[in-house]
Design a protein around this ligand. Sequence first.
Ligand SMILES: [Zn+2]
Ligand SMILES: [Zn+2]
Length: 335
Amino acid sequence: MQAVVFPAPETITIETVPDPTCAPDEVIVQVARTGICGTDVHIYRNEYMSNFPIIPGHEFGGMIVEVGKNVTDFQKGDRVAADPNLYCGHCYFCRNEQANHCLNWQGVGITRPGTFAQFVAVPAKACYRAPDSLTDTQLAFIEPLSCVVHALNRFRVWPGDEVLIFGAGPMGLILVQALRHSGASQVVVVEKQPDRLALAAQLGATTTVLVGPDQDVVLKALAPYGYAVVVDATGIPAVIEQAFDFLKPRGQFLQFGVTPITASIQLRPYDVFRNDWTIIGSFALCYTFERSIAWLANGVVDVTPLISHTLPLTDFPAVFHHFAAGKTLKVHLQP
Ligand SMILES: [Zn+2]
Ligand SMILES: [Zn+2]
C-alpha cells in the first residue's frame, strides 16, 4: 500500500510499504479520510513521543475490510472511526477512570503505524461504528472533537462566565462552538489571521480580536474584571505567558494547545495564590468518542467550514509544510 512515512525527523517520503496484517483482536480499516493535526507537526520536528521511522496520522474514519479471528462485534463493511489512544485496561490509571494516562499507552500514528496510508490496523475495542448520517469528513473529526469533549469535562463553565480563547485554528474553532453551548456570556477569540477571525464569528464567537497593539485594551474593555475562563489553543509559549494577564480572580486557565515538550513560561506563584487561580491541563481524550459522535450527529458542532483542503495522499509533503506554517485550516487526505 501507499503510505506517508517520516523516516527521520524533518523528513517526509511517500512509500510503498507492506499492507498491515490483522492480529486476532484487531481490524484492518481502509482509510476514507484522515486529518493532519498539530501533533503531526510536533512528531515531524521530533518534539513528541514518537520514534522514527513512523507512519503518522491518527484522525480518521473508514471502512473495515478485514476482521481478526477473535473479533465478534464488527464486520467487514462497517464504517468506523477509531480512538487512536490505545489503553491497556488493567493498569492503575485505566482502572481509575484515567485511561488517557494508561501506563502502557500506545498511540496509532504516534507509537505504531498511523492513518496516512491506504490501510491501518487498529484494535477492534478502539473502534466506534459511525451513524450512517455522518460523512467521511465528519468521521475524521470525531477524534479532535473528542479531545474538546475531554477538555470540557476537565472544568466547569458557570452560567454567565466570560470565556477568552487564544487561537482560531481548527481546534480553536471547535472550542468556540462547544463553549457557545456552555452557558458562557461571552466567547471572545484572539487570532492573528483575519480570515480565521471571520470564521470564528460565523461559528459563534461573540467578539473577535485581531492580534495587534490594541488587543490588550480591547480585551480589558470587554471584561474589566478579567475572564473567568481563558483557553490557550495556540501552543505558543509567549501567548500562554501573556494569557494569564486576562484571567479573573478565581478564574480557570485551560492549556489546550500543545507546546514543544521543553518549552517553558514564567508564571509568578504569588499570582496563582493571590487570585485563587485554577490551571487545567487536558491531554488527548478519555472515552469521549460517543459524546463527540453525539455532537456531530445532532449538528451541535459544524466541522465542514473547518476544512480548507481535501487532497490525495501524494500531496501530503507540500500541504504539510503549508499546514505547519499556519497557512491552511484542517487538511484532509483521501488515501
Ligand atoms: Zn490530533
Ligand atoms: Zn492502562
